[in-house]
Structures are given as C-alpha cells and as structure tokens.
Ligand binder design. Structure first.
Ligand code: GSH
Length: 151
C-alpha cells in the first residue's frame, strides 16, 4: 500500500497546499493509502519537502511527479476527459497557483506577525520535536521567499 508522508491535520486538514492536493487526488482516484507524519520522515524527504510517497519500497516525491507515477503505475487519470485546450489552461492555472500565489500564502503565514502567531503552534505544536529545527525552517523559508520575490 502507498504511504503518504505529509504534515499534520491540526486545522482539520493538511496546511500544505501540495500535500492537500495530493491527498485529495488519491481520494478522488480511490487509491488506497495511509498517512504518516513524523520528523524522521520529514528529514528523509528526498528534497526536504513534503509530500512524498513510498510505494513498495520506491520513494517518489513532488506532488506532480507522484500524480504522474499514479498515472503510470495505477492507471489513474482524473483529467483524461479534458480537451487539449482545457489541459493547457489547467497547466497554466496550476503553475500560477503553485509558483506565484503559493508564495503570497507563505509570506502571509510566516512573515505577517498576527498570522505567524496563529500558524506557529499549528506547524510546530503537532510535532514539537520540529522546534529545534525551527531556525533551519525559518532561514530556508526566508531565502526561498527572497529568491521568489526578487527573481
Ligand atoms: N513542488 C513540490 C513543492 C513541495 C513543497 O514546497 N512543500 C513544502 C510545504 S507546502 C515543504 O515541504 N517545505 C519545507 C521546507 O521548505 O523546508 C510539490 O509539488 O510537492
């Protein structure tokens, strides 16, 4: 069975849009999977990012890469009915949301004080053992934000 490594459900759902997207995809496709959240799993993530899956010993990362993997290995194709024009529109909207809008969400959660006060316990409260890694997260997020905003 597929194991999906992701963040915790403190808000009633995974706060990561990429994990939420993949979890929703798996549910819609009715592919059986189990969810796991742990610091060790996070540190083992191929690119130190979630989500990733382990399927029969094979590690696959990146939400889009995993969706391609599901197509190849499980015959899942939720968008097979789209016309080429609709597929192109979907691709453009996805790229805009994942590579542009996503960073507005990150800024609003991590940088705006009033939001950070509410988000921090969600992020670290679920996995208190993540706290020692906090400076790492903060500097990674800050440098990723600067790259995105200034590039
Ligand atoms: N392109 C990746 C992006 C995944 C991603 O950015 N995940 C974030 C959470 S939303 C993450 O794990 N960040 C941890 C970090 O940067 O240290 C995908 O589609 O899965």
């Amino acid at each position: 069975m597929i194991t999906l490594y992701r963040f915790a459900d403190d808000w009633g759902f995974d706060p990561s849009p990429f994990c939420l997207k993949l979890e929703t995809h798996l549910k819609l496709a009715r592919v059986p999977f189990e969810k796991r959240t742990s610091l060790v799993a996070f540190m083992r993530a191929p690119k130190k990012k979630l989500p990733y899956i382990v399927d029969d010993g094979q590690v696959v990362d990146d939400s889009e890469g995993i969706i391609e993997y599901l197509k190849r290995n499980y015959g899942v194709s939720l968008d097979s009915w789209l016309t080429p024009a609709q597929r192109a529109t979907g691709h453009a909207v996805r790229r805009m949301l994942e590579e542009g809008t996503y960073w507005v969400l990150i800024y609003s959660r991590w940088v705006e004080d009033k939001n950070w006060r509410r988000y921090r316990p969600v992020l670290f409260g679920a996995v208190p053992s993540l706290l020692p890694y906090f400076p790492h997260f903060e500097s990674t997020i800050s440098s990723e934000l600067s790259i995105e905003v200034f590039s």
